[in-house]
Design a protein around this ligand. Structure first.
Ligand SMILES: Nc1nc2c(c(=O)[nH]1)N[C@H]1C(S)=C(S)[C@@H](COP(=O)(O)O)O[C@H]1N2
Ligand SMILES: [Mo]
Length: 318
């Protein structure tokens, strides 16, 4: 996660830009919906189609004030170290990964535990669409239309006990299909965790797809987490284990660099990374002279989530 410092942008540029983009994406969506442009599912997992008009089938409301990223942005600029360190590696090397069949183990402080099929996990829940801002700790951002289920709806089925204070997640360990796992770049399997309150927050999504298609391999097929107010590394991919714990679980990035990547990892423009500013972010897909925009507190979700952190020193608990 190395990156150079971002440069300044005037607040006056922001407001007009957000208004402009908001209107543009509305007009775009409206015209596509009206023209009846719908997409067939001839798209395979590792394909990177060139900006097809998927917007025509969006159902979620775009409240971000920003333009959506294209499917090709989302499928070609990835962090998934199990497939390599470069942004293009996951798209290049994830084609042989098999996201089906898939099971998820539920363990720890809950009345119901065991190993469940993908269908048992997702099947009982209606799939929703959520258009969220996405902010990587490396100071770049996208806007992505996810499909999935509120994590809390799933977790409640397992009846966590009163001792469950955290929820831990684990990515599949499959070095034969994940070339990055054969190197020692990170301590695999990738681990992440949330407090139980964060896991139960209505914005926290267990994601099954994006733009109305199954989650592409490079985006964490077949099941990944999305926690939109936190830096992207919290949003763990290709989940095979969820466990309820009484104590704070280890997490891969906070083990690898405890002074740089904290447990909370809430997006915060006022708390810089030790090696770069977090005040602004580079907008992916905005072209060669990529645009910068200010980073928002809790990535724009402060109204919904700030209450989770009342009384917590956000500089110490970064
Ligand atoms: N298992 C696993 N999950 C992961 C990562 C990873 O390397 N391995 N990278 C994280 C980081 S740093 C980011 S920014 C997001 C990127 O998600 P995207 O490629 O779908 O945009 O995934 C997160 N989840
Ligand atoms: Mo990231």
């Amino acid at each position: 996660m190395l990156i150079k410092r971002s440069t300044a942008i005037k607040p006056s540029e922001i407001t007009s830009e957000a208004n402009f983009l908001n209107r543009r994406s509305f007009l775009h969506t409206a015209s596509l919906a009206g023209s009846g442009l719908l997409l067939g599912s001839g798209c395979t997992q590792a394909d990177t189609p060139a900006d097809p008009p998927f917007e025509g089938r969006l159902m979620g409301e775009n409240t971000t004030g920003l333009e959506l990223n294209s499917l090709s942005d989302i499928m070609s600029y990835n962090n998934f170290y199990e497939f390599g360190l470069s942004k293009g590696d996951p798209a290049k090397y994830a084609g042989a990964f098999k996201p089906r069949p898939w099971t998820v183990e539920i363990a720890g402080e809950a009345e119901v535990t065991g190993t469940f099929d993908y269908g048992d996990i997702v099947g009982p829940h209606p799939i929703q669409e959520r258009i969220y801002r996405f902010r990587c700790v490396e100071a770049w951002s996208m806007v992505i239309p996810w499909n999935g289920i509120p994590l809390r709806d799933l977790l409640r089925r397992f009846k966590p006990t009163s001792r469950a204070r955290y929820v831990a997640f684990e990515t599949v360990y499959r070095p034969s299909e994940m070339p990055g796992q054969r190197s020692r770049v990170l301590d695999f399997p990738y681990l992440e965790a949330l407090t139980i309150e964060e896991a139960m927050h209505p914005l926290t999504l267990l994601v099954t797809g994006l733009y109305g298609i199954d989650l592409p391999n490079q985006n964490g097929a077949p099941l990944r987490l999305i926690v939109p107010w936190k830096y992207g590394f919290k949003s763990i991919k290709s989940i095979v284990r969820i466990s309820f714990t009484a104590t704070m679980p280890p997490t891969t990035w906070s083990l690898a660099g405890p002074s740089e990547y904290g447990f909370y990892a809430n997006v915060n423009p006022e708390v810089d990374h030790p090696r770069w500013s977090q005040a602004r972010e580079r907008v992916i897909g905005s072209g060669l002279f990529s645009k910068k925009q200010p980073t928002l507190m809790f990535n724009g979700y402060a109204e919904q989530v700030a209450g989770l952190y009342q009384g917590l020193d956000l500089t110490r608990n970064f």
